[in-house]
Design a protein around this ligand. Structure first.
Ligand code: CA
Length: 223
């Protein structure tokens, strides 16, 4: 799950990014509206956390520009403005949710979870594939009583594959959803993370639930 946080108060922006990274999301930050528009023009995210009062281009401009050709990416507005009119304007312009500052980071995480799960029409916070479970709330993968010890990247890959079971996922798609811009993300390193994830899954499950479909990508399926 890849998230862009657009917030010009750097301390707040960095605190949000840190707390979301701890939950195994891939997070990029932008401290101004114009830069956010540049990033959004070339990269894709599952969700944007968007402040309204921003230098260079305000949050409403960012939102309206994004929505011209993208209805998919979820947008959660953060704002110090608590007027109902602002909230309505944001939602009318295509925001998916709205959080008024100050807020608790746990509240933000809960809203993000609900928006990203809604996208996949999953009611449950636990994704399953056979005896493998991934709890999207606790950011934890389990097989029976055993908790798998996964790195942040492995967890991101696993979540994306479990959300898209039965569909082949290319390395490019994994890079888009799981990697953030701070990483030199190239196919070799996807292969390395996938291979260590598969080793751990094979060890816990007794088989490997991920298959290579030549020319298409990785598919996760219950066997
Ligand atoms: Ca601001």
């Amino acid at each position: 799950m890849r998230i862009l946080v657009v917030e010009d108060e750097r301390v707040l922006c960095d605190a949000i990014a840190r707390s979301l990274r701890n939950l195994a999301y891939s997070v990029d930050c932008s401290y101004d509206g114009r830069q956010a528009l540049e990033i959004l023009a070339v990269e894709s995210f599952d969700l944007v956390v968007l402040d309204l009062n921003l230098p260079h281009a305000d949050g409403m401009t960012v939102l309206k520009t994004l929505r011209k050709d993208d209805r998919e990416t979820k947008v959660l507005i953060l704002s110090a403005r608590c007027e109902v009119a602002d909230k309505v304007a944001g939602l009318d312009a295509g925001a998916n949710d709205y959080l008024t500052k100050p807020f608790h980071l746990d509240e933000l995480a809960a809203r993000i979870r609900s928006l990203t799960l809604r996208r996949f029409t999953q009611d449950d916070v636990v994704l399953t594939c056979g005896s493998l479970c991934f709890n999207t709330k606790l950011r934890m993968a389990t097989v029976g009583d055993e908790v798998l010890s996964l790195t942040r990247k492995e967890m991101g890959i696993l979540e994306h594959l479990m959300l898209n079971q039965g569909r082949p996922i290319s390395q490019e798609e994994l890079i888009e959803h799981v990697w953030d811009g701070s990483v030199n993300s190239f196919s070799n390193s996807v292969r390395v993370h996938i291979s260590s994830l598969r080793k751990k899954l094979r060890c816990a499950l007794g088989h490997d639930p991920i298959r290579n479909r030549i020319g298409e990508g990785y598919v996760m399926e219950e066997v």
